[in-house]
Ligand binder design. Sequence first.
Ligand SMILES: [Fe+2]
Ligand SMILES: [Fe+2]
Length: 344
Amino acid sequence: MIQPARNDSVALLDRDMARKNLSGYWRLGMEGLPPDPMTSVEPCLWKWADVRESLVRAGELISLENSERRVARLVNPGLDQKYAFSSHTIQISFQYVKPGENARAHRHTPAALRFVVEGNGAYTTVNGQQCVMEPGDLILTPKLTWHDHSNDSSEPMLWLDGLDFPLVQALHQVMQERYSERRQPIEKSSEEVMNKLDRSIRHGLPLADFFHYKWRDTEPALRALTNSAAARNRFDGYLLEFRNPLTGGPTMTTIQCAIQLLPAKDETEAHRHTSTVIYHAFRGEGTTEIGEQRFDWEQGDSFVVPLWYKHRHLNRSSSNDAILFSMSDAPALKALDLYREEER
Ligand SMILES: [Fe+2]
Ligand SMILES: [Fe+2]
């Protein structure tokens, strides 16, 4: 039987346990676990003018021979600055590729997506599929798909990069592999795949991977929604989710992308959810209230709504629609049975 020393103390016990890689639960005190989920991710807005200016300067200073990508990462002040993450699950960055440049082919475990902001005619090749990039296009490079970006056009290209990098990092699963050549060979175009999509679904045929949502398809579908008042969601206005066309499931395993339209002067109601959402103002100007703070945004700005913060959106214009692109980690939370939402 163990006899406690006469002069034993909690401090001594804690110290001795620490030397044996042990820790007493009593060190947490009586407060217990919080009644609501808590995050150190802070509501934050990044101005487009700052992002763009940084990238254009980097265009003069950083070559794609010396850096795998010319990317500006949007950093959340509430997180460990070592990682330069935008949230604890989803990363938002912007990438700049000048005419004649190529960002070399590689693949990695973090899943990524591109939402095109500026320029025309560059392309991303995904597993041999050429996706020509135009503003408003959404291009997916899911986990471990080969991808490279080439700008053979005469204008610079700027696009949003979204990744589940922080989540994959938290799971200690990050890896990257380079392709044997700088560019992968192009086997087909995303247009060919899109043309076969309807037929494939109708006949239950296996479809080549689908990676490319064109703005010329997205915009009319979004505008068509506004013809029906019943289609308006009171928390998000008119919202379209980018679904996997074959499964009807989320855009990617870990990220749900959406595009939403707020008509002139529209104001949504407040709610909150356990998912974190990063927004990019594609068109228009507005305000999003997050917790007790107000964030005024205009075209090109990006902002994050951390989990469980109540939030609502307002279109500040009396004449123009506002359009927001968004990325949410809801699919990951739903897979873990941790998704919850409530009205405020
Ligand atoms: Fe990549
Ligand atoms: Fe929301």
